[in-house]
Design a protein around this ligand. Structure first.
Ligand code: NAD
Length: 257
């Protein structure tokens, strides 16, 4: 399948799942726009590397997804946005009665409101181009809950709801909107948590991964960024033309429990 001639904007894509999705879309021939708020030389180098390896155009555009005006100007600066992947996200863990208000506000802004702003800015470009795909990276926590993650879970459930509304507002157009709901994915951030978990539980790597970290993931295996990227590419394929307003879980059976 070729996405040649399509431009994909992936928010929060200088690491982890966002970078994996950018890699998969570039591998399928799409021109890509990488984003984060950091604007370092290595962020621009990631785009140059993708362009060189896949023979596509790739740019890095700095924008802070906690600010609505930055979200909208990211899409404006991209100039085209046939595929929008809303991926930027942060986490904070604390009980509700001591959850810092500024963390709540930041999580709702970055994990939920950014998708509203980018979608609002991208839809006119998709309509003008006569085709569009919106892929929102939600979570198993967009469908289920855990204690101490109130803001994250509220935001991810919100992303699932926003995806359904976007799908209904575009249902008669060649535009789809869906949410991918990953379980635990092995990203550098998750990899970095393993030594601490090993020490806290006095377990070896395999045991702590299987018994502690993947306790809710029946496959007892992490999902990979390549699998999330492949799912995003599938949602951009003709086979997915009638898939809209739904969620695709990539969670090793988490939500079947
Ligand atoms: P990550 O920390 O590697 O990636 C987060 C990305 O968001 C980074 O590129 C970071 O630069 C960017 N970002 C953070 N704040 C930003 C801001 N203000 N403006 C612009 N960019 C910003 O983590 P990840 O695991 O790859 O997570 C990516 C997405 O996948 C998140 O939405 C997360 O909730 C979701 N997710 C992750 C997992 C998992 O197990 N890793 C599971 C389910 C869902």
């Amino acid at each position: 399948m070729s996405l040649q001639g399509k431009t994909a904007v992936i928010t929060g894509s200088n690491s982890g799942i966002g970078l994996g999705v950018a890699e998969a879309l570039a591998g399928a021939g799409a021109d890509v726009v990488l984003n984060s708020f950091t604007d370092r030389d290595e962020d621009h180098a990631l785009a140059a590397d993708l362009a060189a390896r896949h023979g596509v155009s790739a740019r890095y555009i700095a924008a802070d997804m906690s600010k609505g005006s930055d979200c909208r100007s990211l899409i404006e600066k991209a100039g085209a946005c046939d595929i929008l992947v809303n991926n930027a996200g942060i986490q904070h863990v604390a009980p509700i009665d001591s959850f810092p208000t500024e963390k709540w506000d930041a999580i709702i802004a970055i994990n939920l409101s950014s998708s509203f702003h980018t979608t609002a800015a991208a839809l006119p470009l998709m309509r003008a181009a006569g085709w569009g795909r919106i892929v929102n990276i939600a979570s198993a926590h967009g469908l289920t809950a855990s204690p101490f993650k109130s803001a994250y879970i509220a935001a991810k459930h919100g992303v699932v709801g926003l995806s359904k509304t976007t799908a209904l507002e575009t249902a008669e157009e060649p535009i789809t909107c869906n949410a991918i709901c990953p379980g635990y994915v092995l990203t550098p951030l998750v990899e970095a948590q393993i030594p601490g978990q090993m020490a806290a539980h006095d377990m070896d790597r395999d045991t702590v991964v299987r018994e502690v970290m993947l306790q809710r993931q029946p496959s007892r295996q992490f999902a990979t960024v390549e699998q999330i990227g492949g799912t995003a590419v599938f949602l951009c394929s003709e086979a997915a033309d009638q898939i809209t307003g739904t969620t695709i879980s990539v969670d090793g059976g988490w939500t079947a429990l």
